[in-house]
Design a binder for this molecule. Structure first.
Ligand code: 5GP
Length: 179
């Protein structure tokens, strides 16, 4: 494990708040337009926990459920292992439901590609993906999220739920780490 330190702040607490309100407005507007008022938000732990909990408080739909799944590919480093390990509870029923998968960041796209494939097989009514950050320069899988808070360059970020070896999740801002 490398000894990484915080280099610079990329998004302040206020920046993040306004990004989240913007995505939540877009989500509320899209589902309202389609006359969908029930949404099952599936938060990908652990990184998206902070984002999802703020996001759902800004979405204006009458029936919002919150579920959690775990996915990991980084295994205590700043480079993906390439292998995605998913853990979905057996009683997570999505058949016929409108599901919104909420992720912290899309990098290679392998994680969300696998998650979406798995959930599509359960025949939800609609399936969309929302990510707070996107690093499209690093994409390997053919994957495009439906909602993106902010596109960022190829740098490793921490804070607001995102970790480096389980540290920094509690930062209220998002920062770049490096050697
Ligand atoms: P992907 O499968 O798209 O390569 O990776 C997605 C996962 O990798 C994210 O959910 C996140 O856990 C982790 N990840 C990718 N880029 C970063 C980053 O810049 N910082 C942190 N902390 N995690 C990242």
């Amino acid at each position: 494990m490398k000894n990484l330190r915080i280099k610079n702040i990329l998004f302040s607490k206020e920046d993040i708040e306004s990004i989240i309100k913007k995505i939540a407005d877009q989500i509320s507007c899209d589902y309202n337009e389609q006359q969908i008022d029930a949404l099952t938000v599936i938060c990908v732990l652990k990184g998206a926990a902070v984002f999802a909990s703020d996001l759902i408080r800004h979405i204006e739909l009458s029936d919002i459920r919150l579920e959690f799944i775990t996915a990991s590919s980084y295994l205590n480093s700043d480079t993906s292992s390439g292998e995605v390990i998913l853990n979905v509870a057996d009683d997570l029923a999505v058949f016929g439901k409108n599901i919104l998968i909420v992720e912290d960041i899309v990098d290679t796209g392998l994680t969300l590609n696998k998650i979406v494939k798995q959930f599509k097989a359960f025949n939800p009514n609609t399936i969309k993906v929302c990510t707070l950050f996107d690093k499209p320069d690093r994409r390997i899988a053919d994957f495009t999220p439906d909602y993106v808070g902010c596109t960022i360059p190829d740098e490793f970020i921490v804070g607001y739920g995102l970790d480096y070896a389980e540290m920094y999740r509690n930062l209220p801002y998002v920062a770049v780490v490096g050697e």
